[in-house]
Ligand binder design. Sequence first.
Ligand code: ATP
Ligand code: MG
Length: 429
Amino acid sequence: MFKKQRLKLVLLNTAVFFSLFILFSTVVYFYTKFTLYNGVDEAILASKKKIENRLKESAAKFPYLNFRDIQIKENKSGNEIFRSIPSLDPRIIPILRDEKGNILFHSQLSVFYQNNLDNIKPEKIDELYNIKFNQFHFRTLAFSAELNNKTIMIQLLRNTNSEKELLDNLLKIIIVGGIIVFVVSIGAGILLAQRTMIPIVDAWKRQRQFVENASHELRTPLTVIQSQLELILKNPDSNVMSNASYLGTALSETRRLSKLTSNLLTLARSDSNTIEIEKKPTNICDLINKIIEPYIEIADLEDKCLKLKCSESLVVNCDEERISQLIIILLDNALKYTNHGDNIDIELKQEETRCSIRVIDTGIGVKEEEKELIFERFYRGDKSRTRLTGGTGLGLSIAKWIVDSHGGLIKAMPNQPKGTIIKVSLPIE
Ligand code: ATP
Ligand code: MG
């Protein structure tokens, strides 16, 4: 039933998890790359500064670096400038070149560099860039300087293979991690989708049950009305008097139908949260007093005694209209499920920060196993009796919704020696 939605949710969850991983890995990879290469560049620039400072010092300090007899003194003087800077980064190889870029002293270089003189030849001046040959990676910078009134070129070379390897390994870890995270994401996506679907499926089942029950309940009075009208139509010449019983039944079923539809509408609206609860401070004692007036007369006629016991005035922050509806539902039940000579008491009390409303009757009572069930939609205890009294089984579910929407509690308890107590507890504020 929900396969498509479940699949969509799995895909969405997986995509979210995986995208987060990709985002995180990309940030880590590029940040590491930036930090590593930035460190290399800074080290090269720092070496350049040190060499330049050294060259600015008196040229006399480098007497061997006289370009006229440079060839003769090569061995002695090759590394003179660089050797005199002890703090030079050992990972950076300085190469002394003439103005045109020709290497002045070969002997200063190891065999590896001597064999690759063409590959390491600078192509740009005053610019940091990468050189790659035979699987070796370098960062290099060439700059010109003045020495003994002569322009020379100094090239700085820094091997970056370790940085490259580190980044390659990081990329491998990210790819392997990505595969693992992808598999885990699918698992987590399925698990999350299942969890998310549980309340949706439950709500859908409840809704379907509700629609089934509602259509069943609507069909019954409609069938009765239809059959009664058909009976009347069988004798088109008959008068109203002779059809009074058919008409009476049809009328009472119409009333039931009207009550049923209005109850269904209330519950449907409560489900879709389209009913606003407008709370305002209300004197509950005065409100109930006003509501029960007509019911006292009805109770009298049925030889029942209905009383309100309210010692103090209780102001509760609530929706007056909904609380009136709640009291009417409870009174209606109390009158329906009591017999001649029974008592119905409404007791109002403040219990700490709550207002307690108890409707106590000495009627037929609620069975222990029905205490919770009676608040369910369409649940009717004594089917024959409720059929007679026109019950729809929706009264207490509406009452429960009203109490819930006020943050209160409602429960049914047995009354001693017989009857029922319905207790409502509402927060005062
Ligand atoms: P209606 O929708 O017309 O109120 P109903 O009274 O049957 O129909 P509810 O008010 O929801 O529906 O009550 C559900 C069931 O709980 C009733 O059918 C009845 O069996 C039981 N019940 C409710 N109040 C009392 C009571 N005061 N004493 C005994 N049983 C009660
Ligand atoms: Mg009822």
